[in-house]
Design a protein around this ligand. Structure first.
Ligand code: ASP
Length: 310
């Protein structure tokens, strides 16, 4: 049996330490712990990395604390448009959905797109038709209503601003969720899910559902899930860039991820972070923001649940 491991994130961004109450911090850490343990249990029982990342991300989507699924931010129109992607490092199969509404677990829709169609990426109305055909329940907007997110949106809705749901207002709400895992067979997978940016419009799509930008997995190199200013992560093709640095330059997963997050993405003006795992189960979770909700656990007994830099 090989080493196995899992890492998850609940978004990176600016967070003023003083604004986070001890009670809220506990809630976030508990939510991360629940998602981490559920994914880890899948791996411990010999399950696949793909099942583990889907399991963890679904739980993160089900809490209003994070900007994905139930906690998805408001668009400029007062709606919730969600994006998600999943990738299997063993086969390079991938599935992604964007601009979807009313879906409880966008990550499962992304997985169904991967497994039940010949396509990789479905968007908007077509993605919704696919969901309905596959018996997804379409939830009403009240399921996604959250007072804090509503107030975030009210604060900027008449402006041209759009924002990471946690950055400008510094209100302690972090965003996008993701998971990467390495299973006992040395297969790796990545999953990412988000509501995108508060007040986004014109069908704006970020990096999260874009294979290679916000999400990527390849057994030869690594599995990566990103969070941060999506426009920059798209331009930097960040997740694939980490993989390329490993494949072409021979860097370790830690070296490659650090090079991208602490150098290359900063050079083009981006901020955020990522979680990554290689096929030996090595994990890295770099970020260049004040904090990133994150957690990892390995079969070697290492475990961490953290928010700030230290
Ligand atoms: N990367 C996401 C996006 O741009 C946002 C986030 O990570 O919070 O849609």
């Amino acid at each position: 049996m090989k080493n196995f491991s899992i890492a998850i994130h609940g978004g990176a961004g600016t967070l003023v330490k003083g604004l986070m109450t001890a009670e809220l911090e506990t809630q976030y850490k508990d939510a991360l712990a629940t998602a981490l343990e559920a994914g880890y249990t899948v791996l411990e029982k010999g399950g696949s990395a793909l099942d583990a990342v889907e399991t963890s991300v679904k739980l993160l989507e089900d809490t209003p604390l994070f900007n994905a699924g139930k906690g998805a931010v408001f668009t400029n129109q007062g709606t919730h448009e969600m994006d998600a992607a999943i990738m299997d490092g063993k086969t390079l199969d991938a599935g992604a959905a964007s601009l979807i509404t009313g879906i409880k677990n966008p990550i499962s829709l992304a997985r169904d797109i991967m497994e039940k169609t010949d396509h990789v990426f479905l968007a908007g109305q077509g993605a919704m038709q696919f969901a309905i055909k596959n018996n997804y329940e379409i939830l009403t907007p009240d399921y996604f209503y959250d007072e804090v997110r509503y107030q975030q949106w009210q604060g900027i809705k008449d402006s041209t601003t759009f924002q990471l749901d946690h950055s400008v207002k510094k209100d302690g709400k972090f965003g996008t969720v993701g998971a990467v895992a390495c299973d006992i067979n040395g297969n790796i997978a990545a999953a990412t899910s988000t509501g995108g940016m508060t007040n986004k419009k014109w069908g704006r799509v970020g990096d999260s559902p874009m294979i290679g930008a916000g999400n990527y997995a390849n057994n030869k190199t690594c599995a990566v899930s990103c969070t941060g200013s999506g426009e920059f992560f798209i331009r930097g093709v960040v997740a694939y860039d980490v993989s390329c640095l490993m494949e072409y330059k021979g860097l370790s997963v830690q070296e490659a991820a650090s090079e991208v997050i602490h150098k290359r993405i900063i050079e083009i003006g981006g901020d955020g972070g990522l979680i990554a795992v290689d096929a030996k189960g090595n994990i890295t979770m770099p970020f260049n923001t004040e904090g990133m909700y994150r957690a990892f656990k390995t079969s070697e007994g290492e475990k961490e649940i953290a928010i700030y830099k230290d």
